[in-house]
Design a protein around this ligand. Structure first.
Ligand code: SF4
Length: 244
């Protein structure tokens, strides 16, 4: 359709369009300057100083209840999972007790958590497998963990880190955002971010790195309105839209 233009409009639109196009590629380039090793060390030194022994926020009594809590936490908040497991774990803190409880009663305990039907089915199935294949113990191997129903890479990483002290980095939604936004480890998938972080974080910080970054994303570098003014790495962060 032909556009009508007044005499005054016909003089201005062309330059405006050219300016917009010229700015776009420049804006995209700003955010990708990689962090230097010294900057990474500086950031994690600050995280460590602020919180020397960071802890996960999912309540659990042993490696088994940790595994169950993490499996229940997919697409749910830790607070919501804790509310349910505070009643569940006192009656079912081993695979045997969970299987004895049964899927139907388990559903009642966890019905406030999203996807609870599928999660109940998985928790019963993984408990049965732990009894049958692992002497009722949580295995300390990524392959064995990921072979359990409802257990993916992130859950395996959390369990390996918290229950067994392995230096794994579990990338959840917070860590995915922080890795990309700060420019620490940009990636299109959680795995890309995880591998990027693995590569750049020095060994001395790896054990706690995932907690520091998750807590940073949960309380400071929040999704909608990051609190850049109180962020302890705001001078190092590469995000072009940071507010300081
Ligand atoms: S400066 Fe802002 S955007 Fe960057 S890490 Fe800190 S809170 Fe997040």
């Amino acid at each position: 359709m032909a556009k009508k233009a007044t005499p005054s409009q016909s003089k201005k639109p062309a330059p405006k369009a050219r300016v917009t196009k010229a700015l776009k590629p420049a804006a995209k380039k700003i955010k990708t300057k990689p962090w230097t090793h010294a900057e990474v060390v500086e950031a994690f030194t600050r995280f460590r100083k602020a919180n020397p022994e960071p802890k996960g926020e999912l309540e659990h009594l042993n490696p088994y209840t940790l595994l169950v809590a993490v499996a229940l936490s997919a697409q749910a908040t830790d607070v919501g999972v804790n509310k349910a497991t505070r009643h569940l774990f006192p009656v079912a803190d081993t695979p045997e007790k969970m299987v004895a409880l049964g899927e139907e009663k388990l559903r009642d305990y966890i019905k406030t958590i999203g996807l609870y039907r599928t999660k109940a089915k998985n928790v019963i199935a993984l408990s049965e497998q732990l009894i049958e294949r692992h002497h009722s113990q949580v295995p300390r191997s990524r392959e064995a963990l990921e072979a359990l129903p409802g257990v993916g890479r992130k859950t395996a990483n959390v369990v390996l880190n918290i229950a067994f002290g392995e230096p794994t980095i579990a990338v959840d939604t917070h860590l995915f955002r922080v890795g990309n936004r700060t420019g620490l480890a940009p990636g299109k998938t959680p795995l890309e971010v995880e591998l990027g972080l693995e590569k750049i974080i020095p060994a001395e910080f790896k054990r706690h790195a995932h907690h520091w970054l998750i807590l940073h994303g949960r309380y400071t570098c929040v999704a909608r309105k990051p609190r850049c003014e109180v962020c302890i790495i705001n001078d190092l962060c590469r995000w072009p839209e940071k507010t300081v």
